[in-house]
Design a binder for this molecule. Structure first.
Ligand code: ZN
Ligand code: ZN
Length: 389
């Protein structure tokens, strides 16, 4: 397995100058002086495992074959884990007691766990931004350290493999993605205690892989498993479950099975609409209460009403796609278009993008033919002072 990872690192980073342009962030680098390296020790590049001739001047324990690979690693994850790597890779002192040795072992384990968390979070962050190539080093670090700390068959490896699979799907490297996701699936199958919170994500990524390959039957089967596990963990009306409905709808849409696709898109819109209505209303209430006005303006959580980075990115992507679908046939779907427009208005309102919020709110009001729902739209428009004319 480790051998496989090393081979794949080589495959992913054959020539870094191709990956990043030279005018981006400039990493600190220093040539390795060959006679300063103890005899018998071969220094290998952090990314591709080829023989190295550069070293990071900060940690002095991370080596690279070329400045391109150093830049790739620095921009992806190294700058966030450099200090911890320096501590972890420091050689053990001579003559220390057994107690000190055990304590150091514990400290190193804790630092390695921090490195895994940082690398995984960083990979997720870059993937949300659509920077798949840049996410690769972070995802590879996440897998590599997970293997070292938890072993090759541990459940903890699955989220790291999913990041790697996600990056590969984004880059169109479907064969690589399949290899990583099959590995994650195998770990899940051999661990009966694998929780639903991990299983739904695994099936979602497998579904996305088969959808990208055009195997819609297999994709639908995985999205059904995704919905089953997400519902079990979070309930049928949760945002997490709505992701499965959305991807399932896309599969039917691509096969021109419109009725079922539309009913699933409607379900997704309803979940987002109700969720955003609640947080937008809470935000309005808090912002208009004079006592808390000063305090709430300070916290990012209150600014966005509690939306996290994943929800922001997913909300914009999902609702914009559904909006385009309803708009292309809005005569037949005026209520659906109005609901999706209001959901987008509330989302942009929570993100403090008031121009966009206003635009979608007006759109919702224009197309709405349902009198009762028009009042809901007007109520939102009038209660949020940022949107009033
Ligand atoms: Zn290299
Ligand atoms: Zn470093």
């Amino acid at each position: 397995m480790l051998l496989l990872l090393l081979l794949l690192s080589r495959y992913f980073f054959p020539e870094a100058s191709r990956i990043f342009s030279a005018d981006r962030l400039k990493p600190v680098e220093m040539s390795v002086y060959p006679f300063a390296v103890p005899k018998g020790i071969k220094l290998l590049c952090e990314l591709c495992q080829k023989s190295a001739n550069l070293v990071c001047t900060n940690c002095k324990v991370t080596y690279y074959c070329c400045s391109g690979h150093q830049t790739s690693d620095q921009e992806s994850v190294h700058s966030c884990i450099c200090d911890n790597l320096a501590k972890v890779r420091q050689p053990e002192k001579y003559g220390i007691s057994e107690e000190q040795r055990q304590r150091r072992k514990q400290e190193i384990r804790q630092l390695n766990i921090e490195i895994i968390q940082t690398a995984t979070t960083r990979a997720h962050h870059l993937l949300f931004q659509g920077l798949h190539e840049q996410a690769l080093p972070a995802a590879l670090h996440s897998v590599k350290f997970c293997m070292e700390i938890y072993g090759l068959q541990s459940i903890e490896l699955i989220p790291s493999y999913l990041c790697l699979g996600d990056a590969c799907i984004g880059l169109g490297r479907l064969a690589d993605a399949e290899q990583y996701l099959s590995q994650a699936n195998w770990i899940a199958l051999t661990n009966p205690k694998c929780p639903s919170s991990i299983l739904y994500n695994l099936h979602r990524n497998l579904g996305l892989l088969y959808a990208a390959k055009g195997d819609y039957a297999e994709a639908a089967r995985h999205f059904a498993d995704d919905i089953y596990h997400a519902s079990e963990e979070y309930g049928t009306d949760s945002l997490k479950t709505s992701g499965g409905y959305y991807h399932m709808a896309n599969v039917f849409f691509r096969q021109s099975k419109m009725d079922i696709a539309m009913s699933l898109y409607r379900q997704v819109t309803k979940i987002w609409h109700n969720y955003l209505l609640e947080i937008a209303s809470n935000k309005i209430k808090k912002l208009t209460s004079p006592k808390t006005l000063a305090a709430v303006r300070l916290t990012a959580e209150h600014r966005t009403g509690g939306l996290d980075e994943t929800e922001e990115a997913e909300g914009i992507q999902v609702l914009s796609t559904i909006f385009d679908i309803w708009e292309s046939s809005h005569k037949k779907h005026s209520k659906d278009l109005a609901e999706t427009s209001l959901a987008l208005a509330m989302l942009f309102y929570c993100l403090e993008q008031y121009d966009k919020a206003k635009k979608f709110c007006n759109k919702a009001y224009q197309v709405c033919e349902d009198k009762e729902y028009s009042e809901t739209i007007l109520k939102f428009l009038n209660s949020s002072k940022e949107l009033s004319p």
